[in-house]
Design a protein around this ligand. Structure first.
Ligand SMILES: [Zn+2]
Length: 355
């Protein structure tokens, strides 16, 4: 469950859409971004590079792919629209089209290497094979090595004709400013939890209670919600880590030590995910303890979170939140993973069982 790899087949609801009504990209939310991109095509003002920013699962890649479809659709219903059913549209949807280059680090959290950018540059120097535009989709570009970012600068400065670069990243601040300044930046935000829950019911026929749980769990990110919906095992794993969290808070030191022990053999990616789940709990506890009117992520544990917020208070919750954020950074610095986990767990307060 390393990434919220949205299942594109499931997301592909174009077909019903085309027959029923819409003349839109069928993207959930981000209406302003969709309107802007369509306008660029319709007015023939397409820029060489676009940067889609936002948290994973928010819809950066989906929107970029819709744009690529609209750019290359064989029978666009209107300028800036995509039919969603022609060969070009369907191949781009599957990210398997000869003129669409996908560039990303091999694994999430890995490094996008300079050689990958060089190879891309070679591809982009060729005229499109069959599409109107050659599109390069550079995913999670914050993972690009500094040399790879520098190499891409050259292309951004002198992009070949008929080449469009689409970059996705978590935050523009994590890229070289010179990259950002050469792109049209589209900052995507999560939907409100209520709106996503509604859409999950209407569009994906997910039962109300599950839809509400998923909308909370994903913090309003469509891709992440659908990832958990499509992958019950990932959801079960996440639940288990949530149960561990609640149990560990009532556990004595020796049990916490025992829990941390196998961490020395765990992959860094798995530990990162566990830490992120715990972090989401501490943030929820902090929100409730400070009386913030913001939806919590872990709706299924609402009761536990409310009691834990009462038992720990905002100050402790804030310290534990900060410690975990630090822990995530330290995880990348190749520290001893078991030790790192022990230190985190020992800093947590022990809450009495009655909570
Ligand atoms: Zn089409």
């Amino acid at each position: 469950m390393a990434e919220f790899s949205v299942n594109f087949r499931r997301l592909s609801i174009y077909q019903d859409c085309a027959t029923i009504h819409c003349m839109n990209w069928n993207v959930l939310g981000h209406e302003w971004a969709e309107a802007l991109l369509k306008q660029h095509i319709a007015r023939d003002q397409v820029r060489h590079a676009y940067l889609f920013t936002g948290p994973p699962g928010v819809g950066r890649r989906t929107l970029a792919l819709r744009f690529a479809q609209a750019l290359n659709c064989l029978q666009p219903p209107a300028p800036g629209e995509a039919c969603g059913v022609c060969r070009m549209c369907t191949q781009i949807e599957r990210m398997q089209q000869a003129d669409l280059a996908i560039v990303a680090a091999e694994t999430v959290g890995g490094t996008l290497k300079v050689d990958q950018v060089r190879e891309l540059q070679h591809t982009l120097s060729l005229t499109p094979y069959e599409a109107r535009y050659r599109v390069a989709l550079l995913l999670r570009f914050q993972e690009a090595h500094i040399s790879a970012q520098n190499a891409l600068l050259k292309t951004l400065e002198e992009a070949p004709e008929k080449v469009i670069l689409l970059l996705t990243t978590d935050a523009a601040e994590n890229l070289l400013p010179t990259i950002v300044s050469r792109c049209e930046v589209l900052r995507l935000r999560a939907l409100s939890v209520g709106r996503l829950a509604e859409a999950l019911q209407d569009r994906w026929q997910i039962p109300a209670e599950e839809a509400r749980m998923l909308a909370h769990l994903s913090g309003g990110r469509t891709g992440k919600a659908l990832f958990f919906h499509d992958d019950p095992e990932a959801l079960a794993m996440r639940r288990e880590w949530g149960e561990d969290f609640v149990r560990l808070l009532t556990s004595p030191r020796r049990e916490r030590f025992a829990y941390a022990d196998p961490f020395r053999k765990k992959e860094r990616e798995e530990i990162r995910e566990i830490y992120q789940v715990w972090l989401s709990f501490w943030r929820d506890i902090l929100l409730v303890a400070s009386g913030a009117e913001v939806p919590i992520v872990n709706l299924e544990w609402e009761k536990d979170i409310t009691s834990l917020a009462g038992a720990t208070g905002p100050r402790t919750a804030r310290i534990c939140t900060t410690n975990l954020e630090q822990g995530l950074i330290q995880l990348d610095q190749n520290l001893n993973r078991q030790l790192l986990t022990e230190v985190l767990l020992m800093d947590w307060p022990r809450v009495s069982e009655s909570v």
